[in-house]
Design a binder for this molecule. Structure first.
Ligand code: PLP
Length: 456
């Protein structure tokens, strides 16, 4: 067996890690943590450290680690048929079954699903679909896409442009032209502290409408948004947000893409986040929870109305020129089928609602009086803690203090993995949906202890 030293050396010498400070990593100044095995909500590294993964990998291992049902489905599929493509009408039992299961679970107006590999490529597909649709409808100038500051939609060229976080733009010449960003629905960081929540919702809506009018509604094709801001800080929308935004989109004939890569398949305590917030999207992006990350697979769920335009387009212009070699990969599809069955049989959507609420209320109660906690917020099995220098004046820490990162490091020493979100001092929690109340207690007490240690 290879030694840890050998692997660490190879890692630094050859492995280009995503979202990593490359120079520090190469110099050995940051950890290279080599994960070996996992079960339930716990992962274990090669040094034998066992950690409660309160972020489910990258909020994706929704059913928890080490599920034999999914592992066996993958192995069986690999033995029977590791691969066949899905071009020109080909399919497999797994990919067709999964399509049926996804559409059965989706909102009633959704009728088809296209399968990709990850959330980024699914959103890339979505933008191509929107452009294609507007070309077929004879309105080629209606192509711009509105996203939100702090939204996260991937890190490709188009999807990194849609993402509204500086880290994903700087030095990459992004965002590309034609991608616009409107106000983040982030009440805690409202521009004026005197604004009520209702006023802030109205402000978000009027900012959006002003942008549409400024650019011309005939140039705006789509609005893309997560039901609840994820990577931008785990921020539930202000009250009434979706009820205020959707009529504006309808009025200007703008397609709504709900990016449910995080919220799809139960994380908010409903099968889709759209149901939780009464959102009626035209397209839904899915990934992570579709297979609980046991294999890479994503999807774009399309409304019946848009599907009719796509069909019409191919009658006029010929076959739809889009697809990946690995679209609807049978191994991913087999993982997806087993995963969705498990979500149902274990009642994980309900557990996300119940135990998620417990995690949020326990966290809130434990940190209510902490001088460096500005806000505890969340929904379902998502929770975040916003850390501030001074909670009364809402003064944030300097970025250089790396306050949240230090708290997360102190939590790791206590055997709990949380995530320092990329922009601001925000600690994020997104445990597997199978979390128990006693595991939630472990997360909360590690957070309190770590925060006290770093604050001192
Ligand atoms: N959309 C959302 C809402 C996400 O949170 C993510 C990833 O975290 C993506 C898209 C991109 O997915 P992927 O990393 O699989 O490309």
């Amino acid at each position: 067996m290879l030694t840890n030293d050998q692997l660490s050396q190879w890692d630094r010498d050859t492995f280009f890690h995503p979202s990593t400070h490359l120079a520090q990593h190469a110099r050995g100044e940051s950890a290279n943590r080599i994960i070996k095995t996992a079960s339930g909500v716990y992962i274990e590294d090669r040094d034998g450290n066992r950690m409660l993964d309160a972020f489910a990998g990258l909020y994706c291992v929704n059913v928890g680690y080490g599920r034999p049902e999914i592992a066996e489905a993958i192995a069986d599929q690999a033995k029977e048929l590791a691969y066949y493509h899905s071009y020109v009408g080909h399919g497999t039992e797994a990919s067709i079954t999964l399509a049926k299961m996804v559409v059965d679970r989706a909102p009633a107006n959704m009728s088809k699903v296209y399968f990709g590999l990850g959330g980024s490529d699914a959103n890339e597909t979505n933008i191509k679909l929107v452009w294609y649709i507007n070309n077929v409808l004879g309105r080629p100038q209606k192509k711009k896409i509105i996203s939100r500051w702090r939204g996260y939609h991937g890190s490709g060229l188009i999807t990194g442009s849609l993402t509204g976080l500086g880290l994903f733009h700087a030095k990459f010449d992004l965002p590309l032209a034609g991608i616009l960003h409107t106000e983040a629905p982030y009440y805690y960081r409202r521009p004026d502290l005197n604004m009520s929540e209702a006023d802030f919702t109205a402000h978000c809506a009027s900012e959006l409408e002003a942008m549409i009018e400024r650019e011309g509604a005939d140039t705006i094709a789509a609005f893309i948004a997560e039901p609840l801001l994820g990577t931008g800080g785990i921020v539930p929308p202000p009250a009434g947000y979706w009820a205020a935004i959707q009529p504006i989109l309808k009025k200007h004939d703008i397609i709504l893409i709900a990016d449910e890569v995080v919220t799809g398949f139960g994380r908010l305590g409903t099968m889709f986040g759209s149901a939780h917030y009464d959102i009626e999207p035209d397209i839904i992006t899915i990934a992570k929870g579709l297979t609980s990350a046991y294999a890479p697979l994503s999807g774009s769920i399309i409304s019946d109305k848009l599907w009719k335009v796509l069909e019409e387009g191919t009658d006029t212009y010929g076959p739809f020129g889009h697809g990946w070699t690995y679209s609807a990969h049978p191994i991913g599809a087999a993982a997806g089928v087993a995963n969705l069955k498990l979500i149902d049989s274990l009642g994980l959507v309900d557990n996300a609602g119940i135990t998620g609420a417990y995690l949020n209320t326990t966290m809130e109660a434990a940190l209510a009086d902490h001088p460096h906690v500005g806000e505890v917020r969340g929904e379902g099995m998502l929770c975040s803690v916003e850390l501030v220098r001074d909670r009364d004046t809402r003064t944030f820490f300097d970025a250089g203090d790396k306050f949240a990162a230090r708290v997360v490091a102190a939590m790791l020493k206590r055997g709990v993995i949380a995530r320092a979100m990329p922009q601001g001092d925000i600690i994020g929690f997104a445990p597997p949906l199978c979390l128990t109340k006693s595991e939630a207690d472990t997360i909360v007490s590690a957070t309190v202890d770590a925060l006290n240690e770093v604050s001192a």
